[in-house]
Design a protein around this ligand. Structure first.
Ligand code: GZL
Length: 333
């Protein structure tokens, strides 16, 4: 089976090959700067810049577009759906070839996606999914399986508890991602699936609230958790940035993160690995932000009218504390 690094290399080389093939197209309808053909234009609406994951994702999209010779029009919605909707409307008005976006929340997209469909502009989802009754409103999703990430987080917690030798009831605080966002809904669902099936008697989520995927949110909400639930001994954070914010509040309360309160998080950003190497985070479920090469490969295929899978899942791994130090030097984000 392809491991993550080989998979990414393969995705990049296929994308590059795809790019060359398109440039070499005789009728000049391909993308890229080859043969004097007009570069494929891609309108991309990004969620915002709320986390280290998002920053790495933006860098990957921009560099992959450049690499692929795609004319990228990029907008940052500052985590506001109305900004994404107006950006998409702008791309429709500019008659871009393809629209791609990472929807900040799952609902409220049908109207603008119907406008893109009416303008005959194909839409590709990246990172997060949408809820829609009309499956023709987007071609494909390039992104992770968040429900499985939630399951993997529960499995990671089992390993962490065993390693820590924690006996007695497991009192879990959950820092949820942005309310209404696919990763928040689905990571919570996957974690609860395992908890309900295999830990009904020993695990309990004693408190759960959104920290909006930000460090500030994680810090603020964790401080409140510690005020109201002094018996918390585990934190499940839907992303590393909220876990890093929570660590500040745990330490301010005179407790040791990674010891008094065991922490499992999702993403695998650089600072998450640093916290893990310092013993403050016990395990991380990776969510790969380097979607750029896969996205550009798909965008070219969609533009050329080729068939693509409905969901192109990203490959990712899980890391425990003892793997953190060794992994840090080769982390790509
Ligand atoms: C997951 C992505 C989430 C990350 C957060 O694919 O949508 O949004 O887990 C980010 O760090 O803010």
């Amino acid at each position: 089976m392809l491991n993550r690094r080989n998979f990414l290399t393969a995705a990049v080389s296929v994308a590059a090959a795809g790019g060359l093939a398109a440039c070499a197209k005789k009728d000049g309808s391909g993308s890229g700067s080859g043969g004097g053909s007009k570069a494929l234009s891609l309108g991309f609406s990004q969620v915002g810049a709320e986390s280290g994951w998002r920053a790495a994702n933006t860098t990957s999209v921009k560099s992959a577009a450049k690499e692929a010779g795609i004319n990228l029009k990029f907008s940052d919605a500052q985590q506001k759906q109305e900004n994404q909707i107006s950006a998409i409307r702008g791309y429709i008005a500019q008659k871009v070839d393809v629209i791609a976006f990472s929807p900040v929340v799952v609902t409220g997209w049908d109207a603008v996606l119907k406008e893109a469909k009416a303008a005959k502009i194909p839409v590709v989802l990246t990172d997060r999914s949408v809820e829609t009754s009309d499956s023709s409103l987007y071609v494909t999703l390039v992104g992770s399986d968040f429900t499985d990430e939630g399951r993997r987080a529960a499995r990671m917690l089992e390993k962490v508890l065993a390693k820590a030798g924690l006996k007695g009831p497991v009192k879990i605080a959950q820092l949820e991602g942005t309310t209404g966002a696919a990763p928040a809904i689905e990571r919570g669902k996957g974690f609860k699936e395992i908890m309900d099936a295999e830990h009904k008697s020993d695990w309990k989520i004693v408190v759960s609230q959104s920290g909006d995927f930000t460090r500030a949110g994680g810090k603020q909400v964790m401080a409140a958790f510690l005020q109201s639930h002094s018996d918390i001994n585990v934190l499940f954070a839907h992303n590393d940035d909220m876990a890093i914010g929570a660590i500040q509040s745990i330490e301010a309360a005179g407790k040791k993160p990674g010891k008094d309160i065991l922490i499992v998080s999702v993403d695998g950003v650089h600072d998450g690995f640093v916290a893990m190497s310092q013993g403050k985070i016990n395990g991380i479920v990776e969510c790969n932000p380097l979607l750029g090469p896969q996205l550009m490969e798909v965008v070219k295929k969609v533009h050329d009218g080729q068939k693509v899978e409905r969901w192109i899942k990203t490959k990712e791994s899980d890391y425990t504390q003892d793997q953190a130090k060794a992994a840090l030097p080769t982390r790509k984000y």
